[in-house]
Design a protein around this ligand. Structure first.
Ligand code: 5GP
Length: 190
């Protein structure tokens, strides 16, 4: 998506460890106009997919997921990140290794908010190794819902998570796929 790529080139900062900081428009401060444009693009790509609910993970997936849910007129559900295994029987959980924070956490979703056979679109801000998406897909599988696909703002293609999920048959739509960030320069996949 042209606007997103231009914004990454303008405002994105490459940090050591293959981390791209985009906190001034995507995942700390949020640009509402760009977020709405991204949501419309996602909705267009998944046109006709009869989505019942949008699922994301707190915190930085929420603005884009909310915008997508508004455009679709469906509920948005976010998985919470719990630091403890001490959770109730009434939740689905999945353990996830965090790319940016270097430690594990549990994704937690109340069972009552996912009904069997619902059609779910997963949305997140970043896709790197695919751990967060794998966790969300695992929760979807436990809940016996149907995953229509995943929509991502920025995929770091060189880290392989997206292509591994595509190879497993998941539909992954990323608005900007970065193929390299060496020398601090962002290069996109065509
Ligand atoms: P994955 O689980 O696919 O390895 O990483 C996805 C999650 O890690 C996203 O939810 C995002 O919050 C975070 N993340 C991964 N890479 C980056 C990055 O380069 N920059 C930022 N800001 N977050 C990232």
């Amino acid at each position: 998506m042209k606007q997103l790529k231009e914004r990454i080139l303008r405002d994105g900062k490459v940090f050591p460890g293959n981390v791209l900081k985009v906190g001034n428009f995507l995942n700390h401060m949020v640009d509402p106009a760009l977020t709405l444009e991204m949501a419309r693009e996602i909705v267009a790509r998944f046109d006709g997919c009869q989505i019942d609910k949008v699922l994301t993970v707190e915190a930085s997936g929420i603005p884009l997921a909310f915008a997508v849910a508004c455009e679709l007129g469906v509920p948005m559900l976010f998985a919470k990140k719990a630091q403890t295994k001490n959770v109730s029987q009434n939740v689905y959980t999945a353990r996830v290794a965090s790319f940016t924070h270097g430690r594990d956490y549990d994704l937690v979703v109340e069972k009552e908010y996912l009904s069997a056979h619902e059609r779910i679109l997963v949305v997140d801000d970043f896709l790197a190794l695919g751990n967060a998406l794998n966790g969300l897909f695992k929760i979807c599988s436990s809940a016996d819902v149907e995953v229509v696909g995943a929509a991502i703002a920025i995929e770091k293609g060189f880290q392989g998570g997206g292509d591994a999920l595509r190879a497993r048959g998941f539909r992954i739509e990323s608005l900007a796929i970065i193929d390299s960030m060496s020398d601090g320069t962002v290069r996109f996949r065509n």
